[in-house]
Design a binder for this molecule. Structure first.
Ligand code: KDG
Ligand code: MG
Length: 414
C-alpha cells in the first residue's frame, strides 16, 4: 500500500489566484492537483482543508477510482463546482503520484501517445477590426494554427473576451483574471450588454476576418451563455458562410434542451461545457448528438478520472473534446488536459492562453508549444512542480468575475 501521509492546500496569487492541492505519500512522493474556481477560490480551499484532507490521510494513493467514488458518493451532496473542483484536485494529485511511481509521463498511463501534440487555439480580440486584425496577426506569429475571435460591439464599453478594453469604472484590464473595481473594494465590475447589437455586429466581423485571412484558418467564437435558443440559432445561421470551427456556449449552461432548437436550425458546429461539472450535464447533449465538442475542464468536472469518462462517452457518439483552458486553469490543470489530449482518440482541440511569467515562476511546467501544437513534455507525472517559496510571495487577493446587465439594468448572464 502507498499510503497518503500528508496533504496541504496552497493558495497563491502570482498575477491571479490559484488553489493547489499538494499530496505527499509516506515515501515522500508528491502529487499536485488544481482546485482553482475563479472568483470563488476560498470555498474550495476550505472544502478541501476541512472536509477532504482528513479523509485522505492513510488512504492508498494508488486507488484513484475508489477515492473518486468515495469522495463523490460519500459527500451525499453531489456535484456543483465547489465539490467537483475539490474532488478534481485530489484526483489529479493521485494520478500525478501514480505516474511518478511508474516513472512515466502521465499520458502513458492514459493510453499513450495518439498524436504528435495537441492542436491549440489562442484568443485574439480587439475593440475594433483594426485591433482585432493586429491581435490575429500576433497570434499567427506566435505559431497558433487556430484562433478564437472576440470583438468589441459598437455602443458597448466592454465586452467579454476583448482584452484590455475599458471596464465600466474606467480602469484598464486584461479580461481573463477576475478583478477588483477601481475603488479597490473586492466588488464585481458591472458590464452592460445588448444582444441585438451583438447579433448585428458579429457576422460583419467574421466576414472581415475571412476576407483578410482567407478561408483556411480555423476560427472559433464564444457566445458566453448569453443568447436564447432563437438568438443562438440566428447567430449560428448568420455565421454559416464563415465556416466556424465552433460556436461555443451559445445558450445558458443549465439548459440542455435549448440546444435541440439551435441544432435543428444551423450547421455551425456547437461546443459547450466549461461550466459543467459531471457527465450528467452532457447526457442529453451527447446521446442526442446536439453538440460537436465537449468543453469541460479537468478542474471543474472531477479531475482526470471523470473527464476521461466524459470524453469516452462522447467518443461513442462521434463527439470530440475541446477542453477549457483559459488562465484560470492553473499550469497543473492545463498539464492534466494535455496528457489526456495526447492520449484520447477523440481529441478535437485545446484552448491555450499562456500563463504570465509570474505564474510560471511559481508553477514550473514542462509544457511546450511549437508550431501550433501543445505537448505536456516527457517529465514523469504531470510534469509540473510548485515552488513553495515563490508561491508564498504572492498572497491571496479577493477578486470577482464581472456581472452583466442589459441596458435597462436587468441582470443578465456574463
Ligand atoms: O473564469 C471564467 C473563464 O474561465 C471563462 O470566462 C473563460 O469562457 C471562457 C473561455 O472560453 O475560455
Ligand atoms: Mg468559454
Amino acid at each position: 500500500m502507498t499510503a497518503i501521509a500528508a496533504a496541504e492546500v496552497i493558495v497563491t496569487s502570482p498575477g491571479r489566484n490559484f488553489v493547489t492541492l499538494k499530496v505527499t505519500t509516506a515515501d515522500g512522493v508528491v502529487g499536485l492537483g488544481d482546485a482553482t474556481l475563479n472568483g470563488r477560490e476560498l470555498a474550495v480551499a476550505v472544502y478541501l482543508a476541512d472536509h477532504v484532507i482528513p479523509l485522505l490521510i492513510g488512504r492508498d494513493a494508488m486507488n484513484t477510482e475508489d477515492t473518486w467514488q468515495y469522495l463523490y458518493r460519500g459527500a451525499y451532496w453531489r456535484r456543483g463546482p465547489v465539490t467537483m473542483a475539490a474532488i478534481a484536485a485530489v484526483d489529479m494529485a493521485l494520478w500525478d503520484i501514480k505516474a511518478r511511481y511508474a516513472e512515466l509521463p502521465l499520458y502513458q498511463l492514459l493510453g499513450g501517445q495518439s498524436r504528435k501534440g495537441a492542436l491549440a487555439y489562442g484568443h485574439a480580440s480587439g475593440a475594433d477590426t483594426e485591433q482585432l486584425f493586429d491581435s490575429i496577426r500576433e497570434h499567427l506569429d506566435l505559431g497558433y494554427k487556430a484562433i478564437r475571435v472576440q470583438t468589441g460591439i459598437p455602443g458597448l464599453d466592454s465586452v467579454y473576451g476583448v482584452a484590455a478594453s475599458k471596464a465600466g469604472d474606467g480602469e484598464r484590464y486584461d479580461y481573463e483574471p477576475a478583478r477588483r473595481s477601481a475603488s479597490g473594494r473586492a466588488l464585481p465590475v458591472e458590464e452592460a450588454w445588448d444582444t441585438r447589437a451583438y447579433l448585428r455586429h458579429v457576422p460583419t466581423v467574421f466576414e472581415a476576418v475571412r476576407n483578410e485571412f482567407g478561408a483556411e484558418l480555423p476560427l472559433l467564437h464564444d457566445g458566453h451563455h448569453r443568447m436564447t435558443p432563437r438568438e443562438a440559432a440566428h447567430l449560428g445561421k448568420s455565421l454559416e458562410p464563415y465556416d466556424l470551427f465552433w460556436l461555443e456556449d451559445c445558450t445558458p449552461g443549465e439548459d440542455q434542451d435549448a440546444l435541440r432548437y439551435v441544432r435543428s436550425q444551423t450547421t455551425t458546429p456547437l461546443a459547450i461545457g466549461e461550466v459543467f461539472n459531471t457527465v450528467y450535464d452532457f447526457q442529453t447533449l451527447i446521446t442526442e448528438r446536439l453538440i460537436d465538442y465537449v468543453r469541460a475542464a479537468v478542474t471543474h468536472a472531477g479531475g482526470i478520472t471523470h473527464l476521461k469518462k466524459i470524453a469516452d462517452f462522447a467518443s461513442i457518439y462521434g463527439i470530440k473534446t475541446g477542453f477549457h483552458g483559459p488562465t484560470d486553469v492553473s499550469p497543473v490543470g492545463q498539464a492534466a488536459h494535455l496528457h489526456l489530449d495526447l492520449a484520447l482518440h477523440n481529441f478535437g482541440i485545446q484552448e491555450y492562453m499562456r500563463h504570465s511569467d509570474e505564474t510560471l515562476e511559481v508553477f514550473r511546467t514542462s509544457l511546450t508549444f511549437e508550431d501550433g501544437l501543445l505537448h505536456p513534455g516527457e517529465q514523469i507525472g504531470l510534469g509540473v512542480t510548485i515552488d513553495a517559496d515563490e508561491a508564498r510571495k504572492h498572497s491571496y487577493e479577493p477578486a470577482y468575475l464581472p456581472v452583466n446587465r442589459l441596458l435597462d439594468g436587468t441582470a443578465h448572464d456574463w
